[in-house]
Write a protein that binds this ligand. Structure first.
Ligand code: NAP
Length: 243
């Protein structure tokens, strides 16, 4: 019998997260729809159920660390392990902006959710991931996180100055690199994936890709095969992204 993989996708009630959940379920993975709002979670579960996909919701709010601990306890009680963690939940903030103008409170909110929340979820799930035979962590990053591209006048990202959002995803990249080093030699691999510019609520439905297309690379990294799978990389659809 093949091993039944268990996946948690945070922020899976809409956007790229919902499509990651859909595609993982289509691959036969048991998917937990992580969501902070019960009604929105139920709507996502119903959406997927209408396609014949069985998924379950799991309450988890990146800004509420008690909910993160409770989610880990629930997964432990139900499955005793976690094979795939997709750190997808994230925010932007209208008061973010270039370094000279961004509201410090907005920057703090973004850092709290996108970085501290992601770190807290990862820490809470790590003992469960260590119990899986070949665990995968996928951190949703952004090309906007690249220090190299931010500093390159030839890059399309050169003028995209959102100090809060870009710094929060650069911090997620640092988490990816350092955690990969800590986990070297273990069966847990971790990568940072930039999904592309995707039409979701986060982008005001601007972008070059549908959510379904934006989910493909994160799903690929969630399903990486082999004990020697690549770890500690930062990738986008066209290949490796410079840090
Ligand atoms: P989205 O449509 O706005 O969805 C964001 C998801 O995160 C929602 O489910 C939202 O839940 C959830 N979320 C926000 N704060 C949360 C919290 N504190 N606790 C739990 N869940 C929370 O955004 P998206 O475009 O799909 O983005 C998904 C990820 O991809 C994000 O990390 C984003 O930074 C990254 N990304 C997106 C793009 C793009 O072009 N769209 C590009 C690069 C990277 P609610 O419905 O409850 O708000």
């Amino acid at each position: 019998m093949t091993h039944q993989r268990i996946a948690l996708v945070t922020g899976a009630n809409k956007g790229i997260g919902l499509e990651i959940a859909r595609q993982l379920a289509q691959h036969g993975v048991t998917v937990l729809i992580g969501a902070r709002d019960a009604a929105r979670a139920a709507a996502a579960v119903a959406d997927l159920a209408a396609q014949g996909l069985t998924v379950q919701s799991l309450a988890i709010d990146l800004d509420d660390h008690a909910s993160i601990a409770a989610a880990a306890r629930t997964i432990d009680a139900r499955y005793g392990r976690l094979d795939i963690l997709v750190n997808n939940a994230g925010i932007v903030d209208g008061a973010d902006g270039p370094p000279s103008l961004a509201g410090p409170d907005a920057v703090r909110r973004i850092m709290d959710t996108n970085f501290i929340g992601t770190l807290a979820v990862t820490q809470a799930m790590l003992p469960l991931l260590r119990k899986a035979p070949a665990a995968r962590i996928v951190n949703l990053s952004s090309s906007l996180a690249s220090l190299t591209l931010n500093g390159d006048p030839a890059s399309p990202y050169y003028d995209a100055r959102l100090i809060g959002y870009n710094a929060s995803k650069a911090a997620v990249n640092m988490l990816t690199v350092q955690l990969a080093q800590e986990l070297r030699g273990s069966a847990v691999v971790v990568n940072a994936v930039s999904p592309g510019y995707v039409r979701t609520d986060l982008t005001g439905h601007r972008g070059f890709m549908s959510a379904e297309e934006g989910a493909r690379l994160p799903v690929h990294y969630a399903l990486l095969a082999g004990h020697d799978a690549v770890s500690g990389t930062f990738v986008e659809a066209s290949g490796v992204t410079p840090w």
